[in-house]
Design a protein around this ligand. Structure first.
Ligand SMILES: [Zn+2]
Ligand SMILES: [Zn+2]
Length: 251
């Protein structure tokens, strides 16, 4: 047996031992062995494919919804895996606060599926950076934990310093879209050397108002990026009460 084979086997043993000691449990029901079991997975509210390309709110036609129609947005498209609810909300909470690398890899697999359904031809993946203070408190940037495995899965280069957060964003709670936009203005600096002429994919955990993505994309475009696309695991569903999911049968 070669040293390499031995190493592979011992890694497998170590991984199995870890899984045996700390098996993942379903975030929805607690079943052992997976982060989301098939039954809980089937209850996830996936973002339908024919939502607005810019805000992800539900529309029956492709392209821009009435809300985004007049807006000049700096990114060329936005997609999210599911609505920020139930087991998906729990998964993001786990990603943010449990310092567990495996959940990032798991969620990156879901992002890969969403990306593969787009016609985006991206050359660089960039996570939304968090401020220094937050990074010190948490110990890591949760968006990086998604972007890194996604970069591996898609075989697209990653840069964690092409976009830097220079201003801590104060709480966005209670602000309307315009106020949020103002709040995150000049929050980022993009490095032209890394992004110039490139189609860039910005990755984050949650898309709330879109203000953060807008600010990041504007800065990347300002630094010479050819196009910016945005991808998140979840999207806050502002129309939660008014969306009729049965509509999916009619379009
Ligand atoms: Zn479950
Ligand atoms: Zn829209």
């Amino acid at each position: 047996m070669s040293l390499r084979e031995l190493r592979v086997i011992s890694q497998d043993v170590a991984r199995t031992a870890l899984d045996w000691l700390f098996p993942p449990t379903c975030l929805g029901c607690g079943e052992e062995g997976v982060f989301i079991c098939p039954e809980c997975f089937s209850k996830i509210k996936l973002v339908p494919r024919d939502v607005c390309n810019f805000c992800g709110d539900y529309v029956s036609k492709k392209g821009k919804c009435p809300n985004c129609y007049d807006k000049k947005l700096p990114y060329a498209g936005f997609r999210a895996f599911a609505y920020y609810d139930g087991v998906v909300r729990k998964a993001i909470h786990h990603l943010k606060y449990q310092n567990d690398l495996t959940i990032g890899r798991y969620l990156a697999g879901l992002l890969q599926l969403v990306y593969q359904r787009t016609d985006w031809d991206v050359e660089l993946i960039v996570p939304i950076p968090i401020g220094e203070q937050k990074k010190q408190e948490r110990g890591y940037n949760q968006a990086e934990r998604l972007a890194k495995p996604l970069s591996d899965l898609l075989n697209i280069p990653l840069s964690c310093d092409a976009l830097v957060r220079i201003n801590e964003i104060s709480s966005q709670v209670g602000l309307n879209h315009e106020e949020r936009r103002e709040n995150v203005r000049q929050a980022f600096i993009a490095k032209a050397l890394q992004v110039k002429g490139k189609r860039v994919l910005v990755v984050d955990d949650v898309f709330t108002s879109g203000a953060t993505m807008e600010a990041a994309a504007a800065e990347l475009m300002g630094a010479g990026a050819a196009k910016v696309y945005c991808l998140t695991v979840a999207k806050v569903n502002h129309l939660q009460d008014s969306i009729d999911f049965s509509l999916t049968n009619n379009v």
